[in-house]
Design a binder for this molecule. Structure first.
Ligand code: ADP
Length: 475
């Protein structure tokens, strides 16, 4: 059984988390020890004890460890990608891509550890200089979701460690394997005991213990309901918080879009990774001039997508990650039908050669803005097409959402693309690209109900993982 990492030691626990492959439920990927609330408290105490020494290490020492970890992740991308595809269900190329991204993130933040963050400012007073420096926040809790089992842990842990913080990470119950592999790699890369702790198990049990044990900051990615509750709990405890909570991302198809390019963006954005991305293009807002041609071609392409075992070479769409997730998707399909939307294809559970959580991608047309399938984050391969009278109407529909993570437009007009970039109420805007699919070295995050607190990734990550100190020096 794979154990939790607390104060540099691997510690067992019960009950075991039995990790099954959603492509093939007869395949047990691994067994992982559930931690208790006491384990969590010990992990936070270990991180607290390790912090003074770790925060005083040189940037070079931290960079070397992160670089070593990044190199190992890249060297083992095939093996780690296979593990990830088995535990989460994204296709093998997508899984290897995610592992590669995780490796690059560690190498990027190895570089960031070395970059100077401070600035020297002339005082308004004579004989005084002002020095602004950045210091680590302290002990950082990381709570991560199941849909990016290694990339999200990487993009939280790497900057946390780079800037001298200690970490307690609780990965999602569904995907402990990739998080465990990451902890093992970091440990062997040379992190001192207690600097990085892995605590696996139930969020409901371990989350409150994490917050009550006295962390300084919490970075969370997951559902809006959990995130909002955690934000309130952090506020009363004075814990700095960063939340990423999903989206209902619009992809706007303007009348002048290149048809095949727009359809490709929709297929990729709505259905790749089985639609299980917070940046998925789940709302397709199509201007009336191109609507019928776009919908006909998209339906043809959607129906032809090959759903199958994540490890099979011909598979384009892997399984849904869990039984609960699949049931939720199918319930949304029922709601869409009951609300009067037209199901053009898909939306059914599939029985394939291996026993798994397979579903045909569902494409709805004739959706209205009020329907649940148009408003709520589904987190599965279910896409809603809304017809817009013109670009202005489409923009209004695109912004008519409580979320604001990513948005996209397909157009050949620079003027329209520019107008959309300026008026979209999303944190990330794509032009002639799917809403999903982002670089690892630039900020990631949204507005409105999607995100809270400073941005993740790129050099902007320093905002969350450091705190500023202003020193006045009398000369
Ligand atoms: P999803 O519905 O996608 O699983 P969740 O928000 O439930 O999203 O899960 C995201 C992460 O939050 C997981 O690691 C989960 O264990 C954790 N989590 C769930 N409930 C809580 C909670 N009450 N406190 C802290 N973490 C939680």
């Amino acid at each position: 059984m794979h154990c939790n990492l607390i104060n540099g030691e691997w510690r067992g626990g019960q009950p075991a988390i039995v990790n099954r492959n959603p492509s093939d439920l007869d395949d047990v990927v691994g067994e992982y020890a559930s931690a208790s609330a006491d384990d969590m408290r010990e992990a936070v105490a270990a991180a607290r004890a390790a912090f003074p020494a770790w925060s005083r290490t040189t940037p070079q020492q931290r960079a070397d460890i992160l670089d070593t970890a990044g190199n190992e992740i890249l060297a083992r991308k095939q093996e780690l990608g296979t593990l990830l595809a088995r535990e989460e269900g994204k296709t093998l190329p997508e899984a290897i891509g995610e592992v590669t991204r995780a490796g690059h993130i560690f190498k990027f933040f190895a570089g960031e550890a070395l970059r100077a963050h401070g600035e020297m400012v002339d005082s308004v007073r004579p004989g005084v200089e002002v020095l602004i420096s950045r210091e680590p926040v302290g002990v950082v809790g990381l709570i991560t979701p199941w849909n990016f089992p290694i990339a999200i842990p990487a993009w939280k842990a790497a900057p946390a460690l780079a800037f001298g913080n200690c970490v307690v990470m609780k990965p999602a119950e569904l995907v402990p394997g990739s998080a465990w592999a990451l902890a093992d790699i970091l440990q062997r890369a040379g992190l001192p005991a207690g600097v990085f702790n892995l605590v696996m198990g139930s969020g409901r049990v371990l989350g409150p213990a994490l917050l009550d044990a006295g962390i300084n900051a919490l970075s969370f990615t997951g559902s809006q309901a959990t995130g909002e509750r955690l934000a309130a709990d952090c506020a009363v405890r004075g814990i700095k918080v960063q939340l990423e909570m999903g989206g209902k991302n619009p992809l706007l198809i303007a009348d002048d879009a290149r048809l095949e390019q727009a359809v490709e963006c929709a297929i990729n954005g709505a259905f790749y990774s089985t639609g299980q991305r917070c940046t998925a293009s789940s709302r397709l807002i199509v201007c009336s001039g191109i609507h019928d041609a776009f919908v006909a071609r998209l339906a043809e392409r959607t129906a032809a997508l090959r759903v199958g075992n994540a490890l099979a070479a011909e598979t384009q769409i892997g399984p849904v990650a869990s039984e609960a997730q699949l049931a939720g998707n199918l319930a949304y399909v029922e709601q869409g039908l009951a609300a009067g939307a037209s199901l053009l294809c898909g939306g059914e559970r599939l029985q394939l050669a291996s026993r798994g959580y397979y579903q045909s991608p569902a494409l709805f047309a004739g959706c209205t803005p009020e329907m649940a399938i148009s408003r709520e984050e589904i987190f599965g391969p279910v896409a809603a097409v809304l017809r817009a009278d013109d670009y202005e109407h489409a923009l209004q529909l695109a912004n008519d959402t409580p979320f604001g993570l990513a948005s996209g437009i397909c157009t050949q007009s620079l003027a329209l693309a520019t107008h959309f970039r300026r008026h979209s109420e999303a944190g990330m805007v794509m032009v002639n690209l799917p809403t999903a699919g982002v670089d690892y070295h630039v900020p990631f995050g949204g507005r409105k109900g999607s995100s809270h607190g400073p941005r993740e990734q790129g050099r902007y990550a320093a905002e969350f993982y450091t705190t500023v100190k202003t020193a006045y020096l009398g000369l």
